[in-house]
Design a protein around this ligand. Structure first.
Ligand SMILES: [Zn+2]
Length: 206
C-alpha cells in the first residue's frame, strides 16, 4: 500500500499550493508555459484579422488559459520556463505588451543542441524581479500575467538560432499586397507550440 499521494496532498495543502495543479509537460518533455496543454481561444501563430489585430499578423501563439485558472487566465497567473535556460532580455514596459507589462526573452536548448529564444510576453513588469542574465530551471516561475485590453493572456513566441532577434516583436504589419493564403515573412519565428511538442529539451541533471 502506498500512502505517498495522500501525504503529498496534505503537504501541498499546508504549503498553500493546493489546488494549483502540476504543470503539464509536452509529449517531448517541455513544460507548457502556463502549465496547461490547452491554449484556450487565443490567436494562433500567423493569425490575421478577424482572429487578430487588423493589418497585422501574429508571430507567436496567445495562451488564454493557465494551470492557475484553467477556464480563463487571470492577472497574476504564473508563467513558467519551458526548459532550463537563461533569461537574457527584459523589454521596456509598454511597446505593445501592455502599459505595465513586459516581455522576457530566454535562451533554451533542444536535446540536439539547437539554440532557440523563447519570448514570454504580457508579463506584469512588477512581477519580474531579477537581474540579467538569470539562469532558470524548467518549470521555474518567470513572472505573472499582467492586464491587457483584449484579455489576459501569454504571448509565447519562439525564434530559433544563436542570434537574438533584432527587435523582440509579437507581430508584424501585413504587406501592402497581402491577400489570404499568401506566404508570410516569418522574420525568423516558428510555430512555438509545434516546436515544443516535437523537439526534446536539453535540461541539466537535477
Ligand atoms: Zn500574441
Amino acid at each position: 500500500m502506498n500512502h505517498a499521494p495522500a501525504f503529498t496532498l496534505v503537504i501541498a495543502a499546508l504549503l498553500g499550493t493546493w489546488p494549483a495543479m502540476a504543470q503539464e509537460i509536452t509529449p517531448s518533455g517541455f513544460v507548457y508555459p502556463t502549465g496547461v496543454s490547452d491554449n484556450g481561444r487565443g490567436a494562433r501563430f500567423l493569425a490575421t484579422a478577424p482572429h487578430y489585430t487588423e493589418g497585422r499578423y501574429h508571430l507567436g501563439t496567445d495562451i488564454t488559459v493557465s494551470a492557475d485558472n484553467p477556464d480563463r487566465a487571470r492577472i497574476g497567473d504564473r508563467v513558467f520556463a519551458v526548459a532550463d535556460g537563461i533569461v537574457v532580455a527584459i523589454s521596456t514596459p509598454g511597446r505593445g505588451w501592455g502599459a505595465k507589462n513586459t516581455a522576457l526573452t530566454a535562451l533554451h536548448f533542444t536535446a540536439e543542441g539547437e539554440l532557440f529564444y523563447a519570448i514570454y510576453g504580457h508579463l506584469a513588469a512588477d512581477s519580474v524581479d531579477f537581474v540579467l542574465p538569470r539562469a532558470v530551471r524548467a518549470g521555474d516561475t518567470l513572472g505573472t500575467l499582467g492586464p491587457y485590453p483584449g484579455g489576459v493572456h501569454l504571448h509565447f513566441g519562439i525564434y530559433p538560432g544563436s542570434r537574438l532577434p533584432e527587435r523582440i516583436v509579437g507581430s508584424a504589419p501585413l504587406p501592402d499586397d497581402y491577400h489570404p493564403g499568401m506566404q508570410f515573412n516569418l522574420l525568423g519565428f516558428v510555430d512555438p507550440l509545434v516546436w515544443i511538442e516535437t523537439r526534446a529539451p536539453q535540461n541539466s541533471n537535477p
